[in-house]
Design a protein around this ligand. Structure first.
Ligand code: BTN
Length: 187
């Protein structure tokens, strides 16, 4: 890869990190029965994976989480600080870091971007961006909040309708953006 391409990828990565930050300006919506809000910010994680792929998607999310860990108030509701990673939402944040790697790997294995089957891309985001994140998030929530795993998993059902809409929208937005901007991914 040339220097020029690397600079281009890093610029695009920084822009996606900025997008994740902007999505955090929308305040979280409390669900009441668990201390985990409905957020828009996870749509930025889906977009990072869909636009940047495994490597740069992980860097974009890692950069965002690194800034949060340093104490910048970038999570929905203006929260930040390393302690958040040990709080009730810590599992979701760790899963956010892993999601672009998983989504990108599944997209590569299935050749979802080159196949033209948009539903394959949507299915991958649902599986690795929603289900995977919810299972990891709920598992840590169960430990942290002294709930049963079943109760934690079931309570995550509250996120599904919104996440399915966000995940599907992210795929369609990313497909349109990729048609205009070269992210160095398969067409
Ligand atoms: C935080 O701001 O501390 C992280 C919030 C994590 C929210 C999770 S992500 C998956 C699920 N979908 C949502 O809308 N909320 C939860």
């Amino acid at each position: 890869m040339t220097n020029r391409q690397t600079i281009k990828h890093l610029t695009q990565t920084a822009m996606v990190t900025a997008l994740i930050i902007v999505l955090g300006f929308f305040p979280g919506i409390p669900v009441g029965f668990i201390p985990v809000p409905i957020v828009l910010q996870n749509m930025g994680i889906f977009l990072a994976a869909e636009l940047l792929g495994r490597k740069y998607g992980t860097i974009a999310v890692g950069l965002f989480l690194g800034l949060v860990a340093l104490g910048l108030p970038l999570l929905s509701g203006g929260r930040g600080g390393a302690a958040i990673f040990l709080g009730p939402t810590g599992g979701y944040l760790v899963a956010w870091l892993l999601a672009p790697m998983l989504i990108g790997t599944l997209i590569k294995i299935t050749r979802a971007m080159t196949s033209g089957y948009w539903w394959l891309e949507v299915g991958i985001v649902w599986l690795a961006g929603i289900l995977f994140v919810d299972v990891i998030g709920a598992s840590w929530l169960a430990v942290q909040s002294h709930m049963t795993l079943t109760a934690a998993l079931l309570s995550n059902g509250a996120f599904l309708p919104g996440d399915i809409i966000k995940g599907t929208l992210a795929v369609f937005i990313a497909r349109r953006v990729r048609a205009i901007v070269d992210f160095g991914l398969p067409a």
